[in-house]
Design a protein. Structure first.
Length: 148
């Protein structure tokens, strides 16, 4: 079964966190949780704020290939488990107008000064392929062209 991007986005609506995996300078894979603040209207691109000093920023600058891993609700009241892995390329965005477009009030928990907070950076992850598992069903959706 192959889903459309709209169907995939619908499955992601209730997922707050993803694990963003990068390649470290030493060649290891490092993953850390990132929040989309439950405001997912996934169109193939995901956006995350972080600190300029975060190790993932250096990882992305050196190697932009990343993976996002999501897990939906599973096993509760007869719900089927849902998993999603998105392969893509990350880009570091330091444009304040982009900050304003992707800012939500819930982010002020971490950055009380809002999009004007010194030292924040926006990570744009352009998905290329999405692999999903929904109970017994699984599939792959090509989101964009690979640049490698």
């Amino acid at each position: 079964m192959t889903w459309s991007l709209t169907e995939l986005s619908g499955k992601m609506k209730d997922i707050d966190f993803t694990m963003l995996a990068t390649h470290t300078q030493g060649g290891a894979i490092a993953a850390r949780p990132m929040s989309n603040n439950r405001e997912v209207d996934y169109d193939g691109t995901a956006w995350f704020f972080t600190e300029e000093s975060a190790l993932m920023v250096a990882d992305i600058a050196a190697d932009p290939k990343v993976t996002l891993s999501y897990q939906g609700k599973s096993g509760l009241l007869g719900q089927r488990p849902f998993f999603l892995a998105v392969e893509g390329h990350a880009k570091l965005v330091r444009d304040k107008s982009a900050f304003a477009r992707h800012w939500t009030d819930s982010l002020e928990r971490w950055w009380p000064e809002g999009p004007e907070t010194p030292g924040i950076v926006l990570i744009e992850v352009a998905g290329e392929r999405a692999h999903y598992w929904d109970g017994e069903e699984e599939g792959e959706l090509v989101l964009g062209r690979s640049s490698s």
